[in-house]
Design a protein around this ligand. Structure first.
Ligand code: ADE
Length: 246
């Protein structure tokens, strides 16, 4: 089954962009996913084909018009009713690997890319649209966010990454950052690869990797670590709860 991506944008020429090369590009050529980049301006109805206007209440920047966006969204939904509809905005819920996995398992996605200051809020009241952010910083538009979201989904599609994508150890898949990696040469600038990784003792390697994943997550991402520990406390085994309550 082809994962069908529709992107609603003022800059369709930004797509597939980086998704046209390497893994995603090959997968596109093999029709493991498809891409339809739709020009939002085609849904404007006035002589000037305007898609934005000045913000109510004053202030800087321009706001994308709800009527134009709704027409673009409705047309996309009609073509692909089963695909989740996502708007890229810094006001959205932060994208997670869990959400990416769920999207990649579905029929595809329709992504609305904002430009200018914002999209008219009434669009989100009137239509069922999931608002997604790719991080707590502001981009000049939603297109790069859409590329990020699509890249994360495409690499999970069947046949795209082969054996590499089966990596359940990958960062976030376990709720932890992934352990560090090494390759030859064994010694570089006086630094060696940790002895255990050269021992051939698979159980010891697994134990080392888990302990590094835990230590690095605790140090670098206390927010992730907190959630991970919280999940363990709530887990049915209750093993952690006993330890914590003591
Ligand atoms: N558009 C502008 N900034 C964004 C962000 N951080 N995430 C998603 N879309 C955006």
């Amino acid at each position: 089954m082809t994962f069908a991506a529709t992107v609603l944008t003022l800059y369709p020429e930004m797509f597939p962009g980086p998704l046209g090369i390497s893994l995603a590009g090959r997968a596109l050529a093999e029709a493991r996913w498809s891409l339809d980049a739709v020009q939002i301006r085609d849904f404007a109805t006035d002589r000037h084909r305007s898609v934005d206007d000045t913000p109510a209440g004053g202030g800087s920047g321009m706001v994308m018009r709800a009527d134009v966006l709704a027409r673009a969204v409705d047309a996309a939904r009609e073509r692909q009713p089963a695909a989740p509809l996502i708007a890229m905005t810094p006001r959205g819920r932060p994208l997670t690997q869990e959400r990416v996995r769920a999207l990649a398992a579905g029929p595809g996605v329709t992504i609305l890319c904002g430009r200018f200051e914002a999209m008219d809020e009434r669009l989100f009241e009137a239509r069922d649209i999931e608002q997604v952010s790719i991080g707590d910083y502001v981009l000049s538009g939603g297109e790069i966010g859409a590329l990020v979201l699509l890249d994360a989904c495409i690499r999970l599609l069947p046949g795209v990454m082969g054996a590499a994508s089966s990596g359940d150890d990958e960062s976030f898949e376990t709720g932890l950052l992934e352990y560090p990696h090494y390759t030859r040469p064994v010694e570089w600038e006086g630094r060696t690869i940790p002895e255990v990784l050269r021992s051939g003792d698979h159980a010891a390697v697994d134990a080392w990797r888990l302990s590094r994943a835990e230590a690095d997550t605790r140090l670098r991402r206390p927010d992730l670590w907190e959630r991970h520990e919280g999940a363990r406390v709530r887990s049915p085994s209750g093993a952690r709860r006993e330890k914590k309550d003591r």
